[in-house]
Design a protein around this ligand. Structure first.
Ligand code: SAM
Ligand code: SF4
Length: 324
């Protein structure tokens, strides 16, 4: 039986961060010198994640997304995904990645039969890409995207965080690029994060995003869709081509009423809301394999899920630690 929270939302999706480490330092996500790293011993081991996923599955979770930091920088991650798929054959299993390591891991990932992959792609300009990611190389990511297309994954999306004056005018090119690769482009509103990363003047709201993409298509909103119905994105179809684009209005029109997710950080803390820093530490109980305690703690965490993110205490988040 799925869990229904006190606001009537079915909670059936868990985003699990497997690491807080990343090979990039995207300007909208991390400070230049990175973030304070969690000691290795405090990061969930793969066997902890599998055990925790069994508890989550017993509570009605049907979709697990692995994220980070960059999940593929964690040693053994691709092999873990193959194992996870074997352990949970009926689960929707997806990955959010910056795609830079797919060159190395795509052959192994083929066996993981992933249900979905979200790939960050903020610009197609190599110079801007280097500025945006501070350490990344666009060519590696483009090769990774080509390899991802060959993995037999039904649902691949690109994620573009829109930064005013930086990549806003590039949106039409990014959308066409994703369509050519048979991927669904999604544009994400820059979300307020902790530290000095957030700059209100660089934020572009969804109304303006629609203006930026008005030349690309004749958009009509997608209604009553089952697939991704609880996701944060609003989808639009171009009347002439039938192609789609997603817009994630995280700030201007929050998606809280449909939120079906819980989050587990790399150190095994459960968060019921991206923007609420209240966390329930599960790692100790997970390592003791105390099923009832973990079960109860997850239910407690869900009972703390705010109705709207603006009701959350902090309104800020550390994306690389939580996994976006
Ligand atoms: N490293 C992987 C990646 O970049 O896809 C996974 C982790 S990353 C934290 C997950 C998602 O969060 C990415 O799509 C990224 O663009 C998004 N993200 C990070 N910081 C953000 C911010 N301040 N506003 C909006 N989205 C953000
Ligand atoms: Fe790394 Fe992803 Fe954050 Fe970029 S958005 S710094 S790739 S975790």
């Amino acid at each position: 039986m799925p869990i229904i929270d006190s606001n009537g939302r079915t909670i059936d999706y868990a985003r699990i961060s497997v690491t807080d480490r990343c090979n990039f330092r995207c300007v909208y996500c991390m400070p230049d010198d990175g973030v304070a790293l969690i000691p290795h011993g405090e990061i969930m081991r793969f066997e902890d994640i599998i055990w925790l996923a069994r508890v989550l599955e017993s509570l009605g979770v049907r979709h697990v997304r692995f994220t980070g930091g960059e999940p593929l920088v964690r040693r053994g991650m691709a092999e873990f995904l193959v194992l996870f798929r074997k352990e949970f054959p009926d689960m929707t299993v997806s990955l959010t990645t910056n795609a830079s390591a797919l060159l190395q891991f795509a052959p192994i990932l083929l066996e993981a039969r992933l249900s979905g992959m979200n790939i960050s792609l903020d610009t197609l300009d190599p110079v801007k890409f280097a500025i945006m990611t501070r350490t990344g190389n666009l060519q590696d990511v483009l090769k990774g995207i080509d390899l991802a297309a060959g993995l037999g994954i039904d649902d691949i999306k690109t994620n573009t965080v829109l930064i005013r004056g930086f990549n806003d005018t590039e949106l039409p090119d990014i959308i066409h690029f994703a369509w050519e690769k048979r991927m669904t482009p999604r544009i994400i509103e820059f979300m307020p994060v902790c530290g000095e990363i957030w700059h209100g003047e660089k934020f572009v709201g969804s109304d303006e995003i629609m203006e930026f993409i008005s030349a690309v298509g004749d958009w009509i909103p997608v209604q009553n869709e089952t697939k991704g119905a609880h996701g944060p994105a609003k989808y639009f179809t171009d009347l002439s081509s039938g192609q789609r684009v997603g817009v994630i209005e995280a700030v201007s029109n929050h998606f809280c009423s449909d939120c079906n997710r819980l989050r587990i950080t790399a150190s095994g803390n459960m968060r019921s809301c991206l923007f609420n820093n209240a966390e329930i530490p599960l790692l100790g109980m997970v390592r003791r394999r105390d099923w009832d305690e973990v079960h109860g703690a997850i239910l407690d965490g869900i009972s703390m899920k705010p109705e709207k993110w603006r009701d959350a205490v902090d309104g800020a988040a550390n994306m690389s630690g939580i996994g976006g």
